[in-house]
Each structure stands twice: as structure tokens, then as C-alpha cells.
Design a protein around this ligand. Structure first.
Ligand code: UD1
Ligand code: CA
Length: 465
């Protein structure tokens, strides 16, 4: 049967106390809604529709990279039942099954969704509700069953429940499979006679039962899977579960995490076997790290690629950078966008690179800024070197060719080229190209003035006396 997906994401998320839409809050580095979409995509649905409302433009803009996804706007937001009704136009003529997901329930596994659809379609039910038994059901809708038959009779929201209903530990996940046939006719019958005066989607269960249609339930074994995010505390809980899962997968694949509790690794990060991640490391976005690397404490790496056997010492920040095999970075280095440290090169403490290639085997070990530079092989960049890449209007390039030696405290005023194997003396300001094999010096000859200090002291004593 065809499967269509609809995701509810119009709510304000009042309990988040945020100016930002709830579904765009990040868990393990990725917006909640993207986690839900990843699970939905894996089903291979015929169509995906997202109900947006609160700050809909912001949500749509964030998902603009998904041209096939349809958005429908729910304005005002009168509850989850009202939200589903908004998809009627988008789903006109659609047949088969509607998988209804919640933008704030991000831990659902693809295997669970597949199993849900299979069971739902096999039973021919009007609806199948995903449920779970939880120790603390507060805040969730409760599944009310017929004592004699054990069948789901209705779902009661926490706020509307009697004290005995509140004691029920089986909760509604907010995830459902629906038969599209007759669905919207039933949705239109949902009322709003409840504590929040909202159109509750879970009321569909009682409506279908009243029509004599079958409603099934599908209980997940791991209640963590259906955790919803309504508050910052729940966001932190969900994030912790995601990170634990990610860390477990990495360790199973041969990565050492010295302290998994302080390894903050986003979902899409990849790490090769025998790499060691020390405590308090943050690896974000699309970062890839090769095999046999060592990443020391206090390092943050964002959307960067690291080769094999590289070492990143403590307290480095790498953003959109590349580091090749066997390179050494840090401690205290800053690799910014398009820093490209080639094989076996070394970057030391308090060195910043931006849009710069540091060629194979080259070294820049201390207190240096290299911006918009192309540096060849086996170049030595002395302490305190600065590429003056900005003339107040434009960024300009510095070229340092293979084997060159840049003495300490050099300023290279770009655009400028230092030729192959050339030497630059310490304290030089390079304004013109240096030919290959030449020595460049710009500081004047040193002058020593004998007895200058003694003479000065005498003069001062005279004026004071
Ligand atoms: C909902 C269920 C509850 C279930 C819980 C599971 C209802 C009435 N209650 O409660 O039974 O246990 O989820 O997590 O459905 N939304 C809209 N438009 C609206 C209102 C909400 O799109 O007008 C969206 C929200 O953005 C959110 C989802 O629907 O993604 C759920 O809404 P929320 O207000 O979080 O419902 P809960 O109180 O968690
Ligand atoms: Ca919720």
C-alpha cells in the first residue's frame, strides 16, 4: 500500500519559553524536525507534508533544502486534530496509509515505523496508535482500554483525566498510522469540549470506535523511543539518549572514547577505528575523522575533515577545516574556514589559519596568523609571523614556495611571493617578492650607542636636583 507521511510542527512550544520554533531546537546538533524527517524518509513515503504554523516562514526556510516536502500552514493553531485537518487538501486523492508523526518526537526508530505500518495494514484498522508503558506518564495522553477485551477505547489527555485515569501508565506517543479512507470525515467530527478548548487528535480513537471501526495499538518495548520534547529539560534528556546511542555505535566500530559521558558527537560525524577521543571533546556537523587519530581534551571540531593518524592536541578549535594524514595540530590552535593542513604538517600553539594551505611537512609552531596563503612543502614559518592579507578593502594572497624559511617576527604584506628555498631574516617586513634562493632582510643595520643609559641617568639627576 502507498504510505504518506504527515508531521505536526505548528505548535508554539510554550513550555520551551523560547522565541524560536520548538521543532528547530537542536538535539545532538540537529533540529528536532530533521531527526523526524530522517526516520520518515527511510520509509520511502509517496509524499511528506509538514503542518507549520507558529513562525512557519522560519521553519520552511530551514527546510528549504527539501523541495519535495509540502508545507501546509495551520493558522490559528487550534490543536492536533485541527492540525491534521489542514493536510486534507495536500492529501486529496491519496490512498493507502497515513503515517502521522510529531515534530517533537525525535527518537523514533525506522524499524519501529516499518513494523507499525506492517501491523496496521495487516489488521485493516482505521487507526493504529503507538503506545508505551512508562514509569512517569505525567503530561502524556493515557490509553484507556476496555477491561474485558483489552481493546483501546479512547485516549484521555493528562489535563482532562480523572485521578484513576492518571494512574494509567500506558501513554499515547502521538504517532499513528491511519487508513486514509474515511479519515478526514472522522477528523471533522472532533470537538473541543476539553480543558484546553482544543481539537484533540487522540479523540479520533473514540470516534472510530463509535463508528464501529477497529482501532489497534502498537506498544514499543523501549519507551525512550517515543519521548516527546516539550521543555528544555526534555530536550536535554533526548539529547543525552541520542548521544549515548551515537557513542555506543562508535565504540562498537572500534573508536575509544575515554569518557563517553563527555564526548559530544553529532549524529552525522564519522570516526575511523583506533582513534582515541579524550574527555570533553565536541565533534559537530559533518565532521569526519580518520583511523588511528588522537583528539585531546577541550577540542571542538565543526564540519571538518581529518585524515588518518592525525593528532589534535588540547584546546583547539577547527571549523570547516581539513587536516591530512599524520599532521599535528595544537595545543591552542585555531583552524578556520578552508584551513588545509597537508600530510605531516605541524601547527603549534596560538597559530591561526584561514583559507590557507600549509603544504606537506611544513611547520608553523608558534604565535602566527596565516590567512589567504598558499604555503608549499617543507616550509618553516617562524614564531610571530603574520600574513597581512587585508589592505582595508580586499583580501590578498601570500605565496610561500617549497623549502622557504621565514624568520621569526616577519610580516608578509600581501600580495607577495617568497620564492623556493628563499630565506627571510627575522623581523623583516616583506613588501616585495623574494626571488628563489635569495635572503630578504628589511631591518636597518643594528647600531649600539655606548653608555647611553649612564648618560641618561646623569641628565635626569641634574634636572631633578
Ligand atoms: C500530544 C498528545 C498526547 C501525547 C503526546 C505525545 C494531543 C492532544 N495530545 O500531547 O496524547 O501523549 O502528544 O508526545 O494530541 N501541534 C500542531 N498544531 C496544534 C497543536 C500542536 O501542529 O495546534 C503540533 C506540535 O507542534 C507538536 C505536536 O503537534 O509537534 C504535539 O503537540 P503538543 O502540544 O506538544 O502535544 P502534547 O501536549 O505533547
Ligand atoms: Ca509534545
Amino acid at each position: 500500500m502507498d504510505v504518506h507521511v504527515a508531521i505536526l510542527a505548528a505548535g508554539k512550544g510554550t513550555r520551551m519559553k523560547s522565541t524560536w520554533p520548538k521543532v528547530l531546537h537542536r538535539a545532538a546538533g540537529i533540529p528536532l524536525i530533521e531527526h523526524v524527517l530522517a526516520a520518515a524518509d527511510a520509509i520511502g513515503p509517496v509524499s511528506t507534508t509538514i503542518v507549520v504554523g507558529h513562525m512557519s516562514e522560519v521553519v520552511e526556510r530551514r527546510l528549504a533544502h527539501r523541495p519535495a516536502t509540502r508545507f501546509v500552514v495551520q493558522e490559528p493553531q487550534l490543536g492536533t486534530g485541527h492540525a491534521l485537518l489542514q493536510t486534507e487538501g495536500a492529501l486529496a486523492g491519496a490512498q493507502g496509509t497515513l503515517l502521522l508523526l510529531s515534530g517533537d518526537v525525535p527518537l523514533l526508530k525506522v524499524s519501529t515505523l516499518k513494523c507499525l505500518i506492517e501491523r496496521h495494514e495487516a489488521s485493516g484498522a482505521a487507526a493504529t496508535v503507538v503506545t508505551a508503558d512508562v514509569a512517569d506518564p505525567a503530561g502524556y495522553g493515557r490509553i484507556v482500554r476496555d477491561l474485558a477485551t483489552g481493546r483501546v477505547v479512547r485516549i484521555v489527555e493528562d489535563r482532562d483525566a480523572t485521578s484513576s485515569e492518571r494512574a494509567i501508565q500506558e501513554i499515547n506517543s502521538g504517532i499513528y498510522a491511519f487508513a486514509l479512507a474515511g479519515l478526514f470525515e472522522a477528523v471533522r467530527r472532533i470537538g473541543h469540549g476539553n480543558a484546553q478548548h482544543e481539537y484533540y487528535l487522540p479523540d479520533l480513537v473514540a470516534i472510530f470506535r463509535g463508528e464501529g471501526r477497529n482501532v489497534e495499538s502498537f506498544k514499543v518495548g523501549d519507551a525512550n523511543e517515543i519521548r516527546g520534547v516539550n521543555s528544555r529539560e526534555e530536550l536535554a534528556t533526548v539529547t543525552r539518549i541520542m548521544r549515548n546511542d551515537k557513542n555506543a555505535a562508535l565504540m562498537a566500530a572500534g573508536v575509544t572514547l575515554e569518557d563517553p559521558a563527555t564526548a559530544y558527537i553529532d549524529r552525522d560525524v564519522t570516526i575511523g577505528a583506533d582513534t582515541v577521543i579524550h574527555p570533553c571533546v565536541t565533534l559537530e556537523g559533518t565532521t569526519t575523522i580518520g583511523a588511528g587519530c588522537e583528539i585531546h581534551s577541550g577540542v571542538r571540531i565543526v564540519n571538518s575533515q581529518i585524515g588518518d593518524r592525525a593528532i589534535v592536541f588540547n584546546h583547539c578549535v577547527l571549523v570547516e577545516a581539513r587536516v591530512s594524514n599524520d599532521a599535528r595540530i595544537g595545543p591552542f590552535a585555531h583552524l578556520r574556514k578552508d584551513a588545509d593542513v597537508r600530510a605531516g604538517a605541524k601547527v603549534g600553539n596560538f597559530v591561526e589559519l584561514k583559507n590557507t594551505v600549509l603544504g606537506p611537512g611544513s611547520k608553523s609552531m608558534h604565535l602566527t596568523y596565516l590567512g589567504d596563503a598558499r604555503i608549499g612543502e617543507k616550509v618553516n614559518v617562524g614564531a610571530g609571523t603574520i600574513t597581512c592579507n587585508y589592505d582595508g578593502e580586499k583580501k590578498r594572497q601570500t605565496h610561500i614556495e617549497d623549502g622557504a624559511f621565514i624568520g621569526s617576527d616577519t610580516q608578509l604584506i600581501a600580495p607577495v611571493t617568497v620564492g623556493r628555498n628563499a630565506y627571510v631574516g627575522s623581523g623583516t617586513t616583506i613588501r616585495e617578492d623574494v626571488p628563489p634562493d635569495a635572503l630578504a632582510v628589511s631591518a636597518g643595520k643594528q647600531r649600539n650607542i655606548e653608555h647611553w643609559v649612564t648618560e641618561r641617568r646623569k641628565k635626569l639627576q641634574k634636572t631633578e636636583g
